[in-house]
Design a protein around this ligand. Structure first.
Ligand SMILES: Nc1ncnc2c1ncn2[C@@H]1O[C@H](COP(=O)(O)OP(=O)(O)OP(=O)(O)O)[C@@H](O)[C@H]1O
Length: 534
């Protein structure tokens, strides 16, 4: 467009040819330029292509880089996370370090403790081993001791058997001694003068003792001349008596009991034992058997002493396997009538009967038989009996007993281990006064009493002599006393009689009578006693 505008400014024909030439030049120019351009374009195109190629490569590279970036970003994020984790881990590590430090400290402490524990353990192990050794030594010792113990137990068992044999032998020998002394023994006891009797003489001269022989007593009296019996001048008449023992007035209750204690003991061995006190009123029978009213420890009589010994003996025998049951009764026979001393107002009738299915055992109907377990219980019964005992006044003694009193203790022993049983009755009898009729000034009721007393005492002597003479008939039934005591009088029992003597010269005849009666009894030899054993 630009050349048309210039041609309008110069001549139109020239102008057109010039313009054409110009134009052609210009076209050629343009053509050249175009070619150059085309070439440039080709180059550019080539460049463009190469650029495009490069661009594509770059693009690809960019993509790769983006991808890498993306990866890097991931890595970065990861890195960041790792950093975070690292920090966390560092913190953890730090805390762990602290923990580790603490643990190390604790570990150190524990190690120290462990060391000390190990040391203790070691010591304990060593102790344990020592203890084990000691233990094993002790076990051996124990086993040895057990063996010894077993042997000893065996020995003890054998010794126990020996002991039992010895005990039986001792019993046998003790009873043999008693038998050799005679189953009926008589002890004479002369009581001291009472203060009320002192005006007579300080020392009774009509009674003499032998200081070298405790078995002898002599009664002597100077008698006036009596030509009708051949005595022309005054002469001293001697009456010599010999008994198993004679107790002088000074003899204590203890000394007397010592002499009868073996006899009492044999009732624990199964022997019936009867101990009588015989003598005139006021001669000391009740004192000997029971003791005085104002009893002291030293003056207790044979009954409480026997009871004490029986219970003590039973207790000793308990250790040897024996056990005992005791039954006590206390009665009096007054004018041939039985009365229970263990009841204050006896109203019943009492009769002596045989126990059913038994040839020997007797019992009294309605009588109180009291099972007793101790000395105190029996002493209580003795007190009760003393109060209830019938007493009556006579010319000779203020509180003279006019009845026979019979205390009986039944003993039932058993030794379960040895399968032995024994039964016996210990009878302690305080006989009624034996004074003669003329002296006691008895009349009326008193006369009757005296007759009953004398008849039953006479019957007692008849029974004893019938037994001694081995007579077929023994008159037990003639009096309540002998009937009741027949088991304590026969050959199966041991009998002891105290003959009590008053020291008063006035009582010479009574004393002589008593000593004569006792002598008769003493002469009796009744068969061998047998223990009631099963
Ligand atoms: N050995 C003695 N020592 C001291 N006093 C005694 C002795 N023996 C007896 N007596 C006393 O003599 C008196 C008579 O004794 P006791 O009453 O025992 O006689 P008794 O024979 O039982 O008489 P009775 O037949 O009347 O019962 C009593 O005062 C008693 O204390």
């Amino acid at each position: 467009m630009v050349p048309a505008a210039r041609a309008g400014q110069k001549r139109p024909g020239w102008d057109l040819r010039g313009q054409l030439g110009d134009m052609q030049g210009k076209v050629a120019q343009y053509k050249g330029k175009l070619q150059t351009l085309q070439e440039s374009e080709g180059k550019l195109q080539a460049q463009l292509d190469s650029r495009e190629e490069e661009n594509s490569k770059l693009h690809q590279r960019l993509q790769e880089l983006e991808e890498e970036n993306c990866v890097l970003q991931g890595v970065h994020a990861e890195n960041k996370q790792l950093l975070c984790q690292k920090r966390q881990m560092e913190m953890d590590i730090e805390s762990l370090s602290q923990t580790v430090e603490k643990l190390q400290t604790a570990n150190r402490t524990l190690t120290a403790t462990l060391e000390s524990v190990e040391a203790s353990l070691k010591a304990a192990r060593s102790d344990l081993s020592d203890t084990k050794e000691t233990n094993s030594r002790l076990q051996q010792k124990l086993a040895a001791k057990e063996r010894i113990l077993e042997e000893k137990l065996h020995e003890i068992a054998e010794k126990n058997d020996d002991l039992h044999r010895c005990e039986m032998e001792e019993r046998r020998l003790r009873n043999l001694v008693q038998e050799l002394k005679g189953n009926i023994r008589v002890f004479c006891r002369v009581r001291p003068l009472l203060s009320s009797e002192r005006n007579q003489s300080e020392r009774p001269e009509h009674i003499q003792f032998n200081p070298h022989d405790s078995k002898v007593i002599v009664l002597s009296r100077t008698e006036e001349p009596q030509s009708h019996i051949g005595r022309e001048k005054r002469e001293t008449v001697r009456h010599d008596f010999s008994f198993d023992h004679v107790f002088q007035p000074a003899a204590s209750q203890g000394e007397v009991f010592e002499e009868i204690s073996l006899l009492v003991q044999s009732s624990l061995d199964g022997y019936n034992v009867s101990i009588f006190a015989y003598g005139q009123t006021g001669s000391g029978k009740t004192f000997t058997m029971e003791g005085p009213d104002n009893m002291t420890f030293g003056t207790t009589g044979m009954i409480p002493r026997a009871v004490k010994q029986i219970f003590a003996g039973a207790e000793e025998l308990r250790a040897k396997g024996w056990s005992y049951e005791f039954t006590a009764s206390f009665l009096e026979i007054y004018n041939e009538t039985i009365r229970d001393l263990l009841v204050s107002k006896p109203e019943k009738e009492y009769e002596i009967k045989r126990v059913c299915n038994s040839n020997e055992d007797l019992y009294v109907t309605n009588l109180k038989y009291v099972p007793v377990t101790s000395e105190e219980e029996v002493n209580h019964l003795l007190c009760m009996a003393k109060t209830n005992r019938s007493t009556a006044k006579t010319a000779i003694n203020d509180r003279s007993s006019r009845s026979h009193s019979v205390f009986q203790l039944k003993l039932q022993g058993k030794n379960t281990a040895k399968n032995i049983q024994c039964t016996s009755v210990l009878s302690l009898i305080d006989l009624a006064g034996s004074e003669r009729l003329d002296k006691s000034l008895s009349t009326g009721e008193r006369l009757k009493e005296t007759q009953f007393i004398n008849s039953s005492l006479c019957n007692l002597s008849q029974v004893i002599s019938a037994l001694a003479n081995k007579e077929q008939h023994v008159p037990y039934r003639n009096s309540k006393l002998t009937y009741l005591l027949q088991n304590g009088l026969g050959g199966n029992s041991k009998t002891l009689m105290f003959v009590n003597i008053s020291p008063v010269e006035e009582n010479f005849s009574e004393s002589l009578n008593s000593l004569r009666f006792a002598s008769k009894v003493n002469e009796c030899v009744i068969g061998t006693a047998r223990a009631n054993r099963k």
